[in-house]
Design a protein around this ligand. Structure first.
Ligand code: FPP
Length: 275
């Protein structure tokens, strides 16, 4: 946070909003469903791919802002398993943009100490895309700063299917485990090293999860903005963080806050707050 305030222009909207944040209560892991590229382009009578092109700028901006805010993990939903249903030319453009991004931004990612990783069925991606991904993973593997997960050919359901198949494969080799618990299942997810997201941001006003991190978002706070992804800026991220800090995360338990409701109920010794 200190780094963010030093980096933002004093008096700017970003600086003002960041100053209202409690640096001790920032989410550790932020996940983003980047949506609305197509509609952004349509509004401007441009082809859909122009929206994807314009979507690279906020990717850069949000990664940089999260680094300076000391966020531990940022997970971006860039390509879902379902996105293969799109026209071939659009898919090709998405791979091209990803490759260009990785090549152009690798020095910056390294300078910012970012550890680049992917989640999803990467083996199905074109070889040249996988080569650039592998290079970025290797080049940033020793970094100790923010973990950047880019979800590619990802879906929450296919991730869970992969976990079950992994278990079946192990069972074939070593015999079936009698049972597994939530922690053990979590250790088999693509996000095993990242932990669960605390905040999920979705752009373009859609109130949907779209098969993203189904297991991991069990207790995640969700924030939706009407803004299309290409228009999403650092100040929007900061607004999401402010809103996040106003939430009362109870995980199905009791409130930690001393609100009037809890104080009143405390008189009766027992307080139950609905989940
Ligand atoms: C959703 O908008 C967006 C995508 C499927 C692709 C996201 C890709 C980028 C932001 C470009 C580059 C990414 C990286 C990581 C460098 P949509 O096309 O579904 O929009 P619509 O719902 O308005 O049609």
């Amino acid at each position: 946070m200190k780094e963010f305030l030093e980096w933002a222009s004093p008096g700017s909207e970003e600086w003002q909003t960041a100053r209202s944040l409690d640096p001790t209560r920032l989410p550790r892991h932020i996940a983003v469903i980047m949506d609305g590229n197509g509609r952004w382009a349509k509004k401007r009578f441009l082809p859909r791919v122009a929206g994807h092109r314009a979507g690279v700028k906020p990717v850069r901006e949000i990664i940089e802002a999260c680094c300076r805010l000391d966020i531990e993990t940022l997970t971006l939903y860039a390509f879902s398993v379902e996105n293969w249903k799109r026209p071939h030319s659009e898919i090709e453009t998405l791979w091209k943009l990803l490759r260009q991004y990785l090549r152009a931004e690798l020095p910056e990612l390294k300078a910012n100490g970012v550890r680049f990783q992917t989640i999803g069925r990467i083996e199905a991606l074109p070889q040249e895309v996988r080569d650039d991904i592998d290079n970025a993973i290797v080049e940033t593997a020793a970094n100790t700063g923010m973990r950047l997960n880019v979800a590619l050919n990802y879906s929450g359901r296919s991730e869970l299917v992969d976990v079950v198949n992994d278990l079946l494969r192990r069972a074939g080799k070593h015999g079936a485990p009698q049972r597994i618990n939530e922690r053990e299942l979590g250790d088999l997810l693509y996000t095993a090293d990242s932990g669960d997201p605390d905040l999920l941001i979705r752009t373009s006003g859609e109130f949907r999860i779209s098969n993203f991190l189904l297991w991991q978002i069990a207790y995640c706070e969700i924030w939706v903005t009407d803004r299309y992804w290409p228009d999403f800026r650092t100040v929007d991220l900061l607004e999401a963080l402010l809103d996040y800090q106003s939430r009362d995360r109870r995980y199905g338990g009791l409130s930690n806050r001393s609100s009037s409701t809890t104080k009143e109920a405390a008189k009766d010794e027992v307080v139950v707050v609905n989940d």
